[in-house]
Write a protein that binds this ligand. Sequence first.
Ligand code: EZ4
Ligand code: CO
Length: 402
Amino acid sequence: MKIVDAQVIVTSPSRNFVTLKVVTEDGIYGLGDATLNGREQAVVAFLREHCVPALIGMDARNIEDIWHYFYRGVYWRRGAVGMAALSAIDVALWDIKGKALNTPVYNLLGGKSRSSVAVYGHASGRDLPHALDRVAEYLDMGYRYIRVQAAVPGVKDSYGVQKGSGSYEPAKKGLAPVETWDSSRYLRFAPQLFEAVRAKFGFDVHLLHDVHHRCTPIEAARLAKSLEPYQLFWMEDPCPGELQEALRLIRQHSTTPIAIGEVFNTVYDYTTLITEQLIDFVRLPPAHGGGITHAMKTAALAGVYQVRTGFHGATDFSPVGMAASLHVDLTINNFGLQEYMGHDPLVSEVFRAPYHYEHGALHLSDAPGLGVELDEVAAAKFPYDPACLPVARLEDGTLWNW
Ligand code: EZ4
Ligand code: CO
């Protein structure tokens, strides 16, 4: 089943998405998500210039070998751009295999371990009372897992708080906007926020919180400890994860479960974290972590150490990337939870997603392959629209982690 063509499609229905379409000699095609928020064109160039020429002529059936060709065979391995490109190639090949065998991808990964995929939504408040209103809205919509964020009093820009109306999207047009941050105010406010949420809604709902890399390890340990009474389902990205040993400090001080790795690229970013059981959830999804092939391996290593998955599911991923996550989520035993933000309605003019939200979960269709359809005519109506994620600075100007 020779690959005869591969196209990189960039479209921006409300935000940018990069999609790889791989076409085989018998007319079957597969889709892969190559979106990397704010760095889209780097992945486009890498795919077009360096991957597509090598991909053409390969046998689409040999996913494992093609994966290794573009990983082991590439001297300059890993990195966000390279792994986003490899993820797209891999996911497109799984889509092709499913369509060729007339079965959904989850059947090829071991079949269903559950009937639907539990998701969490984002309750983000302009202030504490607004966050409580947002939690109530998510409960009304049937969510049983809710991430809670709110603007920190005295801090100009807190992570995860939407400005104005419309859907939350941190990337902005032009160069990176500069946001201001203050960890000490945040560390005082976060326990007050969760105290108020538990006082109002009790303990039946699962609560999550994203620290978004803002703390030092010892600050994160203090935060994890101070949030213990509120029994979070997870505390996410407590500190930057590139120093895996830093997570030992947090573990030493607290039993608050930790989720990490939405900015990781491969299982190698997780080896200390998983094998020393320093975390509870891996965030790296198929669309950024080497596709379905590598996500299954990362999940398998995690499973051995009783670590579960909690894949990143921001609007950064197109319905193609979301579908790839859902096929893995449905299959693996150590699934934990899936993030789900929901796209702007414009996105459905370009992508037809195979999943829908109901009763706190995403339900995936049994269409062959991934199940996603892309309308290329509609895609062409939404040209690339450059946007960039912010940078964070402390009040004195020191550059910080965004
Ligand atoms: O800020 O994906 O848990 N979710 C997140 C996201 C990230 C965006 C960056 O593009 O942290 O909202
Ligand atoms: Co996050």
